[in-house]
Design a protein around this ligand. Structure first.
Ligand code: DQA
Length: 141
């Protein structure tokens, strides 16, 4: 049972900088994740929030709610949220960090991730496919 979390501004997918993030919406992404999850024999719950504290709480509660892995795109929180980093570090469910765009090919401030070091791995620049690869990594162990 996998949890897919999207952070701030990812509710604007499809409208937001389509040259960077593509023309598909968050709903398209979430439906795809559910389909990919089914192919992997997993039920998938998708959630999005623009609020740091909400994401922290979803991460904190993931194990208690029965999730066995988390794919997270923390959006800009990636680059500065020690609270989210501590939430990931402070629980036992494995987490894969995903970015739709290639953060290393963009502005300098996007090169740093404060969350990646406490994740199992990080996938960047492969569009929505990154979420599928993240789910696969969690399922394959
Ligand atoms: C992002 C990259 C971040 O730098 C940015 O703030 C986002 C989206 C991505 O998916 O490429 O909101 O995480």
């Amino acid at each position: 049972m996998l949890l897919v979390l999207n952070g701030p501004n990812l509710n604007r997918l499809g409208l937001r900088e389509p040259g960077v993030y593509g023309s598909q919406t968050l709903e398209d992404l979430e439906r795809q994740c559910e389909t990919w999850g089914a192919e992997l024999g997993q039920s998938v719950t998708c959630r999005q929030s623009n609020y740091e504290g909400q994401l922290v709480e979803w991460v904190q509660d993931a194990e208690e709610h029965g999730f066995t892995g988390i794919v997270i795109n923390p959006g800009a929180l990636t680059h500065y949220s020690y609270a989210l980093r501590d939430a990931i570090a402070g629980q036992r469910v494995p987490v894969v960090e995903v970015h739709i765009s290639n953060v290393d090919a963009r502005e300098e401030f996007r090169h740093q991730s404060v969350t990646a070091a406490v994740c199992r791995g990080k996938i960047s620049g492969l569009g929505f496919l990154g979420y599928r690869l993240g789910m696969e990594a969690l399922v394959e162990g």
